[in-house]
Design a protein around this ligand. Structure first.
Ligand code: ATP
Ligand code: MG
Length: 308
């Protein structure tokens, strides 16, 4: 049971200096919170940037107040693969992936029910610290959201600074590595300590946000339409990057772009909300099958553009 009452979501434990920030969808860093004890250390951690465990989602339902947004979603997000989540607007894709790192409960009145586990550990267990969960399962949002008052470097290390315990040289090394991984280093290496994150182009800002997510060394990276605000060239760079990142990370990506889903993903989940406006998983399987020989008529109708 992963019930989150309004009280539970609005009365989080007080902030400590040991937790990384979470970038809210609107770009505002949310207040990091962490209990005194840190049971979420049990969440498998891949501090050497190495193998990322997978996510198991079982019977996941989510509500906003009284309104149910998704119902009984079950799927596995495989390690070192890219899983795409597709479906018409409003079918619950964002809600679903926000449940996968406990971002859903940041919305007042929102709650979820079901099981989400990372390598067998229930991320909704009572003792699990949601801030830690969000570090291990990072998220990149639709609109690039660099922290406006920070340089490129400070943006990348923002989470590590809040965690504390890093020397200046270590922060530089981690930031450089994250910027290299995010395929941004060559473009910013001469200005990264001076230029503001928001002085970059949209595509560069999105890669900066990816670097910021990678800097805290997550196991899983969730992306909610990461290219929807980008031009085709910037989109191509991010897609290339996703393909490279899956060597080290487990990735789930929400996209409206069918070509993008077929290009970058190994598995595809198709969600749909019908007359009752509750999103359900219609079909899940290897991307090649979903796009060439889906089992469900509704999947075929969607991917061939008959609706949505
Ligand atoms: N903060 C919120 N408060 C109340 N209802 C919400 C909230 N966010 C989403 N919803 C509702 O939940 C349902 C699913 O929304 P969600 O954003 O998950 O859909 P989506 O598939 O991501 O859509 P899109 O493709 O347009 O981004 C919608 O009916 C939406 O109105
Ligand atoms: Mg969405």
């Amino acid at each position: 049971m992963l019930s989150h009452s309004k009280e539970a979501t609005t009365n989080l434990p007080p902030a400590t200096d040991s937790a990384p920030p979470v970038a809210a969808p609107n770009g505002t860093p949310t207040t990091p919170t962490s209990p005194t004890r840190d049971p979420a250390q049990e969440v498998p951690d891949t501090h050497n940037g190495g193998s990322g465990p997978g996510l198991q989602v079982r019977d996941l339902s989510a509500w906003y107040g009284e309104r149910k947004a998704i119902e009984n979603v079950s799927l596995d997000i495989d390690p070192h693969h890219v899983t795409a989540i597709i479906g018409p607007s409003g079918c619950g894709k964002s809600t679903m992936i926000r449940c996968l790192n406990r971002m859903h409960e940041v919305v007042r009145t929102a709650r979820a029910d079901g099981h989400v586990s990372l390598n067998g550990q229930n991320i909704y267990a009572a003792e699990m610290d949601p801030v830690r969960v969000r570090r291990v399962i990072g998220m990149v949002f639709q609109k690039p959201n660099p922290f406006p008052m920070m340089t490129i470097f400070e943006n990348v290390v923002a989470g590590l600074r809040l965690q504390g315990g890093y020397r200046a040289r270590e922060l530089e090394q981690i930031a450089e590595r994250a910027l290299v991984q995010a395929a941004l280093w060559d473009e910013v290496k001469d200005v990264w300590k001076k230029a503001s994150g928001v002085s970059l182009s949209g595509g560069q800002q999105q890669r900066l946000c990816i670097a910021r997510t990678l800097a805290v060394q997550p196991a899983v990276v969730l992306m909610d339409e990461p290219c929807s605000a980008l031009d085709p060239i910037a989109t191509y760079r991010i897609e290339e990057l996703i393909t490279e990142l899956k060597r080290d990370y487990t990735i789930a990506i929400v996209t409206h772009n069918m070509q993008q889903a077929s290009r970058v993903s190994d598995y595809t989940a198709f969600m749909l909300a019908e007359a009752d406006r509750i999103g359900r998983l219609v079909e899940f399987g290897p991307t090649s099958k979903i796009f060439t020989n889906p089992s469900e008529r509704r999947t075929e109708d969607y991917i061939t553009g008959r609706f949505g």
